[in-house]
Design a protein around this ligand. Structure first.
Ligand code: UFG
Length: 322
């Protein structure tokens, strides 16, 4: 297929673009490089540098794309609380412009990066797609608003659309991995300690209602996640908007993740407990049963040590290149 990948210079977008190319698809990456990296765009993809709202219509026009994979977004929960405008304009308005370009050009398929943050504080674990959507921050709310828009575009205009709700993405795929200028995610931060770039990792709360008192999350390997996007493209059906949760189905506590990083890196990784971080739910674990049943998705890299080991290999490669 001939595909447009917005945000293909970012973490999940670049891994998915690489996999699409490996499977013989033609890939154009559209990225404004505000948080992505030009050197993350895989060899073989065409990079168009520009923002989605103004550039996507020009790229799609008259070029007969078979589909769009829309990764480009702002994705920091904390920032979204302080600067919501970046999320309502940067995520929602931009995505509406993209949807209009898709409608006007008759582009048949869309795969959208949604998030577990659309659910908010869960009542039942594991979280299924039928769980109530009550986001607790503007980031999750902005992604949910886009999901609603996609539902109505699919129904009214025959778009074949799939939203994938990621849980905690981690790991790496060769030269493609997680490289944020402002790093807030647990595994990359712990690996910075192992690299000697930080003194210690801060554990946000040890008084949560969990077995060891720290928050539990569902870590999904970025390559398993990328595979789901290819399956979503195949299974997208005209006029329908399908929604799938993507996680590994098991939860690991913050302390278990730190322990895995110690095993993988051989570094003692000092940890200090601090207060709870605002907005963190205690436990987020996905039910991915629907993706398994309907897409035939099989997450294969579910061991936390493997996820951390792949992230560690990538982190060391980046350090060696610098
Ligand atoms: N944590 C620490 N110390 C740190 C960083 C994180 O203890 O220095 C803890 C957090 O409190 C949380 C867990 O580690 O309990 C994971 O935190 P991350 O920041 O790595 O990830 P989140 O679970 O907060 O966020 C992820 C995605 C978001 C998404 C959210 C909900 O990054 O985009 O899951 O699905 F919105």
């Amino acid at each position: 297929m001939k595909l447009l990948v917005t945000g293909g210079a970012g973490y999940v977008g670049s891994v998915t673009a690489a996999l699409l190319l490996e499977r013989g698809h033609e890939v154009t990456v559209l990225d404004d490089l505000s948080t992505g990296h030009a050197d993350a765009v895989p060899v073989g993809a065409t990079l168009v540098e520009g923002d989605v709202a103004t550039t996507a219509p020009a790229v799609l026009m008259g070029a007969d794309f078979d589909g769009v994979l829309h990764f480009a977004a702002r994705s920091l929960v904390g920032e979204s609380v302080v600067e919501p405008e970046k999320y309502w304009y940067g995520n929602v308005v931009t995505s509406l412009q993209l949807l209009e370009a898709i409608r006007v050009t008759g582009t048949p398929r869309l795969v959208f990066s949604s998030t577990a943050a659309t659910y908010g504080e869960p009542e039942v674990i594991p979280i299924t797609e039928d769980a109530p959507t009550r986001p607790t921050n503007p980031y999750g709310a902005s992604k949910l608003a886009i999901d609603h828009a996609i539902t109505s575009y699919a129904a009214a205009h025959g778009l074949a659309a799939v939203s994938l709700r990621y849980f905690n993405v981690a790991g790496a795929h060769g030269a493609q991995g997680e490289r944020h200028t402002t790093e807030t995610h647990l595994i990359p931060l712990v690996l910075q300690v192992a690299q000697g770039r930080r003194e210690h990792v801060t554990v946000f709360g040890d008084d949560w209602p969990t077995a060891d008192g720290t928050c539990v999350r569902d870590y999904v390997h970025v390559l398993d996640l990328a595979e789901a996007h290819l399956l979503a493209l195949e299974h997208a059906s005209s006029g329908a908007h399908q929604v799938y949760n993507l996680g590994s189905g098991s939860g690991f506590s913050v302390l278990e993740v730190v322990e895995a990083c110690r095993r993988v890196t051989g570094h003692p990784v000092p940890a200090r407990t601090a207060a709870r971080r605002a907005g963190d739910p205690a436990v987020l674990v996905a039910s991915s049963d629907r993706a398994v049943a309907e897409l035939g998705w099989k997450p294969e890299r579910t061991a936390i040590d493997q996820i951390v080991a792949d992230a560690w290999t990538f982190t060391q490669q980046v350090a060696a290149r610098a």
